[in-house]
Write a protein of this length. Structure first.
Length: 256
């Protein structure tokens, strides 16, 4: 039973709703620890192939709960990082951020740690930490330049300015912008498109993309032996895919 989020599992999709709407889903150490456990469970559950994370109420997440700190609240940070995702580097299953409103600081860092960002037209993004004497050290300073380039990233980081969903798409960190009331429908559509592909192929593809970004050269990244690729080529779906294609029928993916 979760206290700070709502979790729903159905048809190979896990939906996680951050559930501190009275604080715009700002997160504190107990909330981060709980989300770490939620995504540990997602990683270990063979029946879950895609996750969607969103927020209850008006916001996705306002980031770190500074009020909790000011009120004397304590807690040990989870090793998996903010939202249980920002320091999670071994998850090959795809995660979609369905950003329904304010996505600031740590909330934006959660979204950046996801593989796709689908945004409501009411969403706002920012890394405003310097305005309160802090810095976006839960991955924001590292991921944003990698995703949109250094100059564009610094244009947000050094000003702490708010960026709309439309500008986020133009900058390149948002995949899709939709009317607010269609957000979860569109996020589910993206998830279902992913589910049409072989799960182990998706995991190998995600793994190779991210690990290639850390390689010194293109040649090096293409000559690495990836465990995820080995698992894909040794799996049942590696046989099922070509077989289904030749028989002109939809594949019956097993995820193994």
């Amino acid at each position: 039973m979760t206290e700070f989020c709502i979790v729903e599992k159905k048809d190979h999709i896990m939906i996680v709703r951050l559930n501190r709407p009275d604080r715009l889903n700002a997160l504190h150490p107990p909330g981060n620890a709980e989300l770490g456990e939620v995504f540990d469970d997602f990683a270990a559950d063979d029946d879950m192939w895609v996750a969607i994370i969103t927020g209850e109420g008006r916001g996705f997440s306002a980031g770190n709960d500074l009020r909790y700190q000011a009120e004397g609240g304590k807690g040990v940070p989870t090793p998996k990082g903010f939202g249980g995702l920002s320091s999670r580097f071994d998850l090959t299953k795809p995660v979609i951020a369905a950003v329904n409103g304010v996505s600031m600081g740590g909330g934006f860092e959660i979204a950046l740690a996801c593989d796709l960002i689908i945004a409501s037209d009411q969403a706002l993004f920012a890394l405003p930490e310097p305005k309160v004497g802090l810095a976006a050290l839960a991955g924001g300073l590292n991921r944003l330049p990698r995703q949109i380039g250094v100059k564009r990233a610094l244009g947000m980081i050094l000003t702490g300015r708010h960026v709309t969903a439309a500008e986020g798409k133009e900058l390149g960190f948002v995949n899709d912008v939709v009317p607010h009331d269609q957000l979860m429908e569109r996020a589910m559509d993206w998830a279902n498109q992913i589910l049409q592909c072989a799960p182990l192929s998706i995991r190998a593809s995600k793994d190779v993309v991210y690990r290639s970004l850390d390689s010194a050269s293109l040649q090096e990244s293409m000559s690495v032996a990836y465990d995820s690729v080995r698992a894909m080529t040794q799996g049942e779906d590696f046989i099922e895919g070509p077989k289904a294609f030749s028989e002109k029928r939809p594949p019956n993916w097993k995820g193994k």
